[in-house]
Design a protein around this ligand. Structure first.
Ligand code: PEP
Length: 249
């Protein structure tokens, strides 16, 4: 159950809040749920957070990575992330795509470099609301998957986060059975598209809270969750991770 419940703190947190987060998390997490958890703090807090969580069995990841080190002002390399304890990185988050102009080709490049440097990857995909409403979700996702992983030899722990863009931070979610159908579809398409016919773990992201997690985790093809807003509170994040235990993987 490694890294199934991932908190994406985005550009949040502070030296003080990060300590409070861990105290709240520790007071509420069940021992057996800890190993399924992972958090992605902002880069500048990675070192502090690694120290705070010390030897607790929580994985640390970065929210993104750059394709190279060297003369790339302002960017963060895989080497630096690894140095600060990151075992994996998110790539292709819709906020990177919409706010910073990243394309599927950029995401593919990051995936290839990361795999080369033995950095595990959680790759986000997801459709805009108009595509969901017009029944175009599968075609949209097919296109994203095709452009990013076609003929790629995927690492064993390669993970996809299905995040409908319209569900991120809005409190709106697809119906649980729709999420399950899409996760099954993603597994099938990745299997037929990747070079090594890999069937990935698929986690769901978009307005997951402790109120809806239990229902979500009942779905067969939901292998975990990527959590934004609700991961900023240590107690809420722990409650979600505790509910994942019922999945009995
Ligand atoms: C996200 O941005 O990855 C996310 C899932 O956000 P939220 O949980 O706040 O919808």
């Amino acid at each position: 159950m490694d890294r199934s419940i991932i908190g994406n703190w985005k550009s949040n947190g502070s030296l003080e809040l990060n300590k409070i987060w861990f105290k709240d998390f520790q007071e509420n997490i069940k021992d057996s749920a800890i190993s399924s958890t992972a958090i992605c703090p902002p880069y500048l807090y990675l070192d502090q957070v690694s120290n705070i969580i010390n030897k607790a069995n929580i994985s640390i990841g970065s929210q993104d990575i750059d394709i190279s080190n060297g003369a790339r002002t302002g960017s963060i390399s895989i080497e630096a992330c690894k140095d600060l304890g990151c075992q994996f990185s998110i790539i292709g988050h819709s906020e990177r795509r919409t706010l910073f102009g990243e394309t599927d080709l950029n995401v593919r490049e990051k995936l290839l470099v990361a795999q080369d440097k033995k950095m595990s990857i959680v790759m986000c995909i997801g459709e805009p609301e108009e595509d969901y409403l017009s029944g175009n979700t599968k075609d949209y996702l097919f296109n994203q998957i095709n452009k990013t992983i076609k003929n790629v030899d995927l690492a064993e722990d390669f993970t996809i986060a299905y995040e409908p863009i319209w569900a991120i931070g809005t409190g709106k979610l697809p119906k649980m059975h729709e999420i399950n159908t899409i996760h099954k579809y993603i597994k099938d398409i990745v299997q037929s598209t990747s070079k090594n016919s890999m069937v990935p773990k698929v986690i769901y992201g978009g307005s997951v809270t402790s109120e809806n997690a239990e229902e979500l985790f009942k779905e067969d093809c939901v292998d975990g969750a990527l959590i934004g807003g609700a991961s900023l509170n240590g107690k809420e994040f722990a409650k979600i991770a505790n509910q994942f235990l019922n999945k009995g993987l």
